[in-house]
Structures are given as C-alpha cells and as structure tokens.
Design a protein around this ligand. Structure first.
Ligand SMILES: NC(=O)c1ccc[n+]([C@@H]2O[C@H](COP(=O)([O-])OP(=O)(O)OC[C@H]3O[C@@H](n4cnc5c(N)ncnc54)[C@H](O)[C@@H]3O)[C@@H](O)[C@H]2O)c1
Length: 251
C-alpha cells in the first residue's frame, strides 16, 4: 500500500478504530491529522505516531458542529495545501439498550447527530475541497448494524444504514470526478464502544461471541487495514462499496 505523503484526516482518532487507523497511516508514511472531540486523546495518538518516526498533528473537532468541521478541513488545507483522504470514523452508541418504544429521545438525537449528521458535514466540506483540487478519497466507518437488523439499537442502526446510503449516493455523484467513497462495516470490535456494551451484563461478551463464527471479537488494527487499503491506489477501481469485517457474523 502506497500512502506515503498522503494528507489524511481521521475523525474520532483518539481511541479504538480511529486510533489504530491513524497509527497505520502513520506507519505507511502518510501525514496524519488526528482529530477528536477529546483533544488529549488525539494528542496522545499524534505523539505516538511522531515518536515512531511518522508525521502527525492533533486537532479538537466535534463533528456535530459544522463550523468546527469547516475549521478542521480549512486548517488542514492551509497547513498542507490539500486533503487526499478523510476517514469519517467518529461515532457513538446509545446510552441505553432499549426496544424502539422505549428508545430515548436523548439517545436518538445524540447518536444521529454524531454518526449521521457528522458524516454528512465531513463529506460535504471535504468534497468541496476535493472537487477544487481534482481528486480525493473518503472512507466512512459504518457498521454491520448498517447492513442488517440489530435489536435494542434503533438510532445506531438508523445512523449506520444512513452512512451506507450516503456512501453509495455520494460515490455515484463523484465517480467521474476522481473521488472515491467507500465504507467499512465492522462487526463487534474491541474498543471503548464495545466495552460500554459488554458492561451491560457479565455474560454479554460470551452471548455476543455465539453469533460470531470465528468465535472472537475483531481488533481495531484489523479494521484499520481495510480502511488504509480503501484509501490507497491498490483499490482504485472500487467506489460506493462496503467491506464487512465481522468474523463471519453476517453469514
Ligand atoms: N467497536 C465496534 O464494535 C464497532 C463496530 C462497528 C462499527 N463501529 C464504529 O467504529 C467507529 C469507531 O468506534 P470505536 O469502536 O473505535 O469506539 P471508540 O469509542 O473507541 O472511539 C470513538 C471515538 O470517537 C470520538 N467521538 C465521539 N463523539 C465525537 C464527536 N462528536 N466528534 C468527534 N469525535 C467524537 C470519541 O472521543 C472516540 O475517540 C464508530 O463510528 C463506531 O460506530 C464500531
């Protein structure tokens, strides 16, 4: 994979899949802009990348705030002259695992704001710049929950189906403009987000693993590999697609 000197923004880069992705881009010689609502965590990841010999900086961005997204991308262009890749990874789960009739308004609004509206804002602003520069690559982090039903999770499911839909629709619009847009759909993967779900009950981990033919959760760096591949020229004839990384769960 040749990612050397690519200018790459990763949202939600302070933890889990975003952090692993930022580090893998760094290992491949990309110029990493690690963005997160939690600046300390983003700075730590950027520090890890530079300590390992890579190039990285950190910036605080709440993807639910359009002006912050504009500032993130304007700042990157100002510093590096272009934006080759944006990985729209920032995401949250609902606080409570309840059926639809009990799904809380708070969970609905918060999850949709980050997972769906945040991806829309980042794609909208990034595409304006990518159109001007004549090339670009967007990788959205959706979920297996964006491809098939999952109970007690309505806002999350709605937001991730939306990410898959936005990926395909925008890919169609920009295919002739030298801009590719794809998504990854991870199944359960070790991260802070999964820990939140596992905390619901002591046997939750074992229950969930029963649905995974490989019998284990994914690792963040396994998802990062697919994201980097989609961002590289190695996948240059692929656009509007989803790659499912779920240990066989969808089978
Ligand atoms: N872990 C899984 O099992 C799994 C499965 C499928 C999809 N995903 C998706 O992967 C992505 C990454 O999640 P993760 O599992 O690494 O979780 P995580 O909680 O470890 O990381 C999410 C990151 O997003 C950041 N973030 C949250 N709200 C934000 C906002 N408003 N603006 C900017 N950053 C914000 C957090 O600070 C955190 O650093 C999410 O989109 C998630 O839905 C995760």
């Amino acid at each position: 994979m040749n990612l050397k000197n690519k200018i790459v923004i990763i949202t939600g880069a302070g933890s889990g899949i975003g952090a692993a992705t930022a580090k893998l881009f760094g290992t491949h010689g990309a110029v990493v802009v690690a963005s997160d609502i939690n600046l300390n965590n983003a700075q730590k990841i950027a520090g890890d990348i530079t300590e390992a010999g890579g190039i990285a900086s950190a910036i605080k961005t709440d993807v639910t705030q359009y002006q912050e997204v504009e500032a993130l991308i304007a700042n990157t262009i100002e510093k590096h002259d272009r934006l080759d890749v944006i990985v729209n990874n920032a995401g949250i789960g609902g606080k409570e695992q309840l059926k639809t009739a009990e799904h809380t308004h708070d969970d609905w609004h918060n999850v949709i704001a980050v997972n769906q509206t945040g991806v829309f804002y980042c794609m909208k602003v990034a595409l304006q710049h990518m159109m001007r520069q004549g090339h670009g690559n967007i990788v959205n982090v959706a979920s297996l929950a964006g491809l098939k039903a999952s109970g007690h999770n309505l806002s999350y499911s709605a937001s991730k189906f939306a990410v898959v839909g936005m990926t395909k629709s925008a890919a169609l619009e920009y295919a002739r403009k030298n801009i590719r847009i794809n998504a990854v759909c991870p199944g359960f993967t070790h991260s802070a987000l999964l820990d939140q779900l596992l905390a619901v009950s002591p046997d939750m981990g074992e229950k969930l693993k029963r649905f995974i033919p490989m019998g284990r959760f994914g690792e963040a760096d396994e998802i990062a590999e697919a994201i980097c591949w989609l961002a590289s020229e190695n996948s240059k004839f692929i656009t509007g697609q989803t790659i499912t990384l779920d240990g066989g769960t969808s089978l």
